[in-house]
Design a protein around this ligand. Sequence first.
Ligand code: KG4
Ligand code: ZN
Length: 336
Amino acid sequence: HDNCFILAIESSCDDTSCAVLKNNQVLSNVIAGQKIHEQYGGVVPELASRAHQSNIIPVVHAALAQANIDKKQLSAIAFTRGPGLMGSLLVGGSFAKSLSLALDIPLIEVHHMQAHILAHFIDHGQEMPEFPFLGLTISGGHTQIVKVNDYHDMEVIGSTMDDAVGEAFDKSGKILGLGYPAGPIIDSLARKGNHDAFKFPIPKAPDLDYSFSGFKTSVLYFVQKQTQKDPDFIQNNLEDICASIQYTIIEILFQKLNKAVKQTGIKSVAIGGGVSANSGVRERLLSKQEKGWKVFIPPFEYTTDNAAMIGISGYYKYLQDDFSSLDIITQARIPM
Ligand code: KG4
Ligand code: ZN
């Protein structure tokens, strides 16, 4: 196992991505997003799989070219088996299998949510978490608190019962007439607003689980009520509304995360997923260092969906000769 070159493919949702890794270092990480969904205010699965079909070849070529290696040097192909949108997964999965067959090198299946956590082990000179630690994966598709015992030994100890936290951002944004995805827009508006301006209730959910569907509804009722009194309410208070929404979402996230730290006694926390790009989430996590937590925040390029995280997961499986058979099938849902 001197030098291992892994080509990794991610296509679980609406980003087509290919990365090449040399051991635990990223040589290239090419991501093609899909603008087509913006006009619909959410990902349209049928359109996503079609776009993956047209993106996959150019993305793989670009990743190999940027890494400056020939495909004959590759040691293995890693791909996202799931969870995700079936039509999207199929494109990357079928491509990965064909490539593995054509180059006669091993195929490695990767769990998308494990990969979001293992992104912290991509070597870019930073300190890496030590096992066990807690992973908080927050994106448009998932919200989970995970106890990470080893690279491929993870336990979900809390998760959302309905909407993901990214949806809470995006659906609130839709109510306010903001573009899609609204998360980053709310983030930047919130920075100029007062988070105490408006109060939203914290939804009830058992133990370490989350619930966000009631939150979105409370935002809707609040905005409808205020707009009846003042038609320009949103326009005149947008920054304060965004700050208050973001503050409440962060409260919801951290109430359960605090509880998880207390219950497990594990004070080492790593975040991942698109919502971990949120400046308020990052600030709140960093402030926990005063309470003795060790916190890990990945670089932006490894927080949202990307193939580099699939590559690093594949690398740790490669070291253990943990390969997949060619008749493996992609799956919309897979337990951790
Ligand atoms: O991980 P990701 O790129 O894709 C998946 O959903 O798997 O996450 C996308 C989500 C969207 O809901 C988007 O609004 C949210 O991440 N997001 C943010 C920020 N940047 C992205 N939410 C809040 N603040 C941000 N800065
Ligand atoms: Zn993801």
